[in-house]
Design a protein around this ligand. Structure first.
Ligand SMILES: [Zn+2]
Length: 127
């Protein structure tokens, strides 16, 4: 996705593109920040109290990994951040069955925010 050296830490956290997603996901999910793996993992032991945070962060990381593979193996090409937002949105809609019913309102709020992001005009293209 970018021209910098590739490793897992870069892909998920230190890449400028990843940082944009984490910053916007943090706002969507009302979380201070996601700067590293520990910031993501600290929400896991929550007895489903933070199910939407965990679902959204997992959906983002899975989507980014799949998207990176699509680019790496030539199955897709870069066409802007909204493609990744759209993929996260579709994945979270499919994962709705995994969400505790008492967290549906928060999930729906997150899905609405993702729909907005997916509908935005492209605004950033890497080198
Ligand atoms: Zn990068």
């Amino acid at each position: 996705m970018c021209c910098e050296p590739k490793n897992v830490e870069h892909l998920f956290f230190t890449c400028d593109i990843s940082k944009i997603f984490w910053q916007e996901l943090a706002v969507m999910l009302d979380v201070n920040h996601f700067l590293c793996y520990e910031d993501v993992a600290r929400w896991w032991p929550s007895n489903n109290n933070h199910a939407v945070i965990n679902m959204a962060s997992s959906a983002f990381m899975w989507t980014l990994w799949k998207f990176r593979n699509d680019l790496h193996f030539g199955w897709g090409k870069w066409s802007g951040l909204q493609v990744i937002w759209h993929r996260i949105l579709c994945l979270l809609k499919r994962w709705r069955v995994l969400c505790p019913k008492k967290r549906y309102a928060k999930l729906d709020k997150c899905l609405a925010a993702l729909e907005s992001k997916a509908a935005e005009a492209p605004r950033f293209l890497p080198c």
